[in-house]
Design a protein around this ligand. Structure first.
Ligand SMILES: Cc1cc2nc3c(=O)[nH]c(=O)nc-3n(C[C@H](O)[C@H](O)[C@H](O)COP(=O)(O)O)c2cc1C
Length: 421
């Protein structure tokens, strides 16, 4: 079978949803929401470009469930149906040509830059590593009633996503945000019902899934993006991740996307952690987390996706043909070339190569956040109807981003009360 024949195969999820090919656009935060957290015409334009570009399943950038807890300026927020018309316009464009579009729901927990929210909350009040403390505050520990209220928020947001006409939802359980913080023994030092043992640390994500399922019914797809590990000393291990995958599979989750890392150890974009060289097997197979996906495949029958590092149709097709995964996730490639799926599905190479983004200043590059700002800039260009600029300078993008963050910090949003509804 040729690589393009492998990638062109439709995938039927266990409850019957059909995805037209094996390419998944992984979540990329667009930072295009308006000041009230509503999606904008830029979202509609961007997602139309991805739907036109041939992707089978498009996951939105992370959408927040609490306007008092943003992860970045410009997040879309779903707390209630106040932005229904704008959500519907977004969903309509994103699902054209039979594209599946699932909304990624998130709460940043402690991973929100200082100044953006009035305070940050997390399972426990664990500070950031020393060189990040200037940018990220030590969070306040959540009270048990607040934990329960947050779970209800996830459920309510999922119901609104369904009402708006999207085709599914994805729980953001990866990259060091709230769900991932609950799973990690490093970030979750609780000794109540929500921590202290692996089963209690897993309880938050399972309750979030159940609240969503209750809101959307048995047939609406719910997926999760989950870390294979968080690559932090004393953190979430592969073993605990596999147990979490088994528990989610037992609860009948529809699709599991595997990634890894946190802001403090950003393995998700291929940054080397602890100066370990990238293994030759990983380099050849392109994907950063494929070895873990093989272990997950041996543990569960749930459809699996692995994201991070894919660059060629051959690498993608081999991952699927190996049997380890059912789909492959792509992110950065689609920020500089939204119609790369059409080319891959037609047996052509993408036009542009993914290159490391640097400012040339080590201290800044080490923070690992520049890549995100640079690619977000590309998404904004597409949203405005402009062509992406694959050769844009990293230093220029960093300077612009720092300025925007400073401005956003001057207009903080009030936190909303966490109450059960
Ligand atoms: C600009 C940008 C924004 C991102 N935002 C999110 C996000 O909102 N949610 C998420 O799960 N991952 C996010 N990611 C991570 C990607 O989904 C993906 O895991 C990572 O880029 C590795 O895939 P790639 O090698 O194909 O780029 C983001 C990545 C980039 C570059």
């Amino acid at each position: 079978m040729t690589p393009q024949a492998v990638l062109n195969q439709p995938l039927t999820l266990p409850h019957g949803t059909v995805i037209k090919n094996r390419l998944l656009k992984s979540a990329m935060s667009e930072a295009l929401g308006d000041r009230d957290g509503a999606p904008t015409p830029e979202h509609t334009r961007l997602y139309q470009a991805w739907a036109d570009g041939g992707i089978g399943l498009c996951i939105t950038g992370n959408v927040m469930i609490d306007r008092g807890a943003l992860g970045e300026p410009g997040n879309v927020v779903i707390e209630d149906d106040r932005h229904m018309a704008a959500l519907q316009a977004w969903a309509k464009a994103a699902t054209s040509h039979g594209t599946q579009c699932w909304v990624e729901l998130n709460h940043p927990g402690k991973q929100a830059p200082k100044g953006l929210n009035k305070e940050t909350v997390a399972p426990s009040a664990v500070p950031f590593r020393a060189d990040m403390k200037a940018f990220f505050a030590t969070p306040r520990e959540l009270k048990p009633a607040e934990v329960r209220a947050l779970i209800q928020r996830y459920g309510k947001a999922a119901g609104i996503v369904q009402q708006a006409g999207f085709s599914g939802v994805q729980i953001h359980g990866a990259h060091g945000y709230l769900v991932s913080q609950f799973l990690s023994p490093h970030h979750n030092c609780r000794t109540d019902d929500w921590g202290g043992t692996p089963a209690k640390r897993r309880r938050f994500v399972l309750e979030v899934y159940r609240a969503m399922r209750k809101a959307v019914g048995p047939d609406f797809p719910i997926g999760i993006k989950l870390n294979s590990a968080d690559f932090q000393r004393g953190g979430f291990t592969e073993e605990e991740s596999l147990d979490t995958i088994r528990a989610l599979a037992d609860a009948s989750i529809d699709l599991i996307e595997i990634s890894g890392g946190t802001y403090e150890a950003p393995a998700m974009t291929g940054v080397k952690i602890n100066k370990e060289p990238v293994k030759e097997s990983t380099r050849q197979r392109e994907a950063y987390f494929l070895e873990f996906a093989e272990k997950a495949r041996a543990a569960v029958k749930t459809p699996l996706v692995v994201t991070g590092g894919f660059r060629t149709a051959r690498g993608m097709a081999e991952a699927i043909q190996s049997g380890a995964v059912d789909m492959v996730g792509l992110a950065r490639m689609l920020a500089i070339e939204p119609d790369a799926p059409k080319r891959l599905l037609a047996g052509k190479k993408p036009v542009h190569q993914i290159k490391p983004i640097t400012t040339g200043i080590k201290a800044i590059d080490k923070l690992g956040l520049l890549e995100i700002s640079w690619y977000t800039g590309q998404l904004k260009r597409i949203g405005r109807g402009e062509a992406p600029k694959p050769n844009e300078s990293g230093l220029w993008v960093f300077a612009k981003q720092a300025w925007h963050m400073a401005l956003a910090g001057r207009t903080k949003r009030p936190p909303t009360k966490l109450r059960a509804s």
